[in-house]
Design a protein around this ligand. Structure first.
Ligand SMILES: Nc1ncnc2c1ncn2[C@@H]1O[C@H](COP(=O)(O)OP(=O)(O)O)[C@@H](O)[C@H]1O
Ligand SMILES: [Mg+2]
Length: 323
């Protein structure tokens, strides 16, 4: 795809392995993140998004296991193979080059530490001096869009939106070039959701940050992303420019996701969702993983897995019934 890449994943596979079973949460995922752009990663809960996110910081520990693939980083000029970095080099990479807002991290701020100390801790951990860290707090809170008064407060004194902004401040503290944001607005009300999205967008514009924005909500991703990747049962099933994915979707799963967005007249009603559930990933999937829930599925869909193929310029889809 066009655009200067800052990261490129090739054939990433990650499984959860226990004595009893193996869950193939991420299966042969390849894509690139363009410099200064926002890539949306969308799929229902259980499709492997958070597992995939863990690869960007090489945070893959048992029972999670990297089964194969590579992750190249271009943020420091030369191509670097992140999955082969050793601990000292990983320390210089994590947070300083690529930072992450973890799913649910809004509720995992340390309840007995003031906001400023939580920011300072992360910075000191990454070789900033105490004074340097101390002096950065006001600026970081301002970048995240909250008053510097918040620095001396404790998490329980903050609203959900403010807590998430503190997380944004923490993520920005070591001046990363890439931000992985895993469901950063889930559990926030729509108004605050919108503010956080606008904040991430302005950070991209002002700092040139490259962002992987992960969400189960395609309508939200459609607002913010330049490109969108749709994930289903551990695989990318469609990827393309956001306008193409939103207006001219090709994969039947994407079409189903889009048609489950409540219309304006329905606003306030619960999203109706796609009937059925994504498949469990602890046994081999034959054919298209979405076939069981797809009205168009044929015998071929159930027996022969469709591969990602180009359907338009910069637009790939893995479906025998495009559009
Ligand atoms: N620690 C774990 N041990 C075993 N299986 C896991 C673990 N974490 C996630 N999974 C499984 O991996 C799959 C993908 O999960 P996840 O990456 O959290 O998806 P998403 O973020 O899209 O909701 C699911 O089937 C989930 O049950
Ligand atoms: Mg998740």
């Amino acid at each position: 795809m066009a655009g200067e890449r800052i990261m490129e994943l090739k054939d990433i596979s990650i499984s959860y392995v226990s004595k009893k079973e193996k869950t193939d949460a991420v299966r042969n995922v390849s894509f690139q993140l363009d410099k200064g752009s926002i890539l949306g990663l969308v799929g229902e809960s259980g499709c492997g998004k958070s597992t995939l996110a863990s690869v960007f910081l090489k945070l893959i520990y048992p029972p999670s296991k990297l089964m194969g693939g590579s992750l190249n980083y271009y943020g420091r000029g030369d191509e670097e193979d992140i999955l082969n970095l050793k601990p000292p080099d990983l320390r210089r990479y994590r947070w300083k080059e690529v930072a992450m807002i973890f799913q649910g991290s809004m509720n995992s701020l340390n309840p007995v530490m003031k906001v400023e100390d939580q920011i300072i801790d992360v910075m000191i951990d990454h070789d900033y001096s105490y004074t340097e860290a101390m002096n950065s707090v006001d600026k970081l809170l301002q970048m995240a869009g909250i008053s510097k008064r918040v620095r001396s407060l404790y998490p329980h004194e903050l609203s959900g939106g403010m807590k998430q902004r503190v997380n944004i401040a923490i993520a920005l503290s070591c001046e990363p070039k890439v931000l992985i944001a895993d469901e950063p607005t889930t559990a926030l009300d729509v108004v605050v959701q919108d503010q956080i999205i606008k904040k991430l967008e302005s950070l991209r514009n002002e700092l040139g940050l490259s962002i992987l924005f992960i969400s189960h909500d395609i309508s939200l991703v459609g607002v913010i992303a330049d490109k969108i990747a749709i994930m289903y049962a551990g695989k990318i099933v469609e990827i393309g420019k956001a306008t193409d994915i939103m207006n001219n979707p090709k994969h039947q799963y994407t079409i189903a996701l889009l048609s489950s967005i409540p219309s304006l007249e329905d606003s306030g009603k619960k999203v109706k969702g796609i009937p059925g559930k994504p498949p469990v990933l602890n046994r081999e999937i034959i054919g298209c993983a979405f076939a069981d829930r797809c009205a168009k599925a044929t015998e071929r869909c159930r027996s022969e897995e469709p591969q990602l193929e180009q359907v338009d310029s910069e637009h790939l889809s893995a479906c025998y019934f495009p559009g």
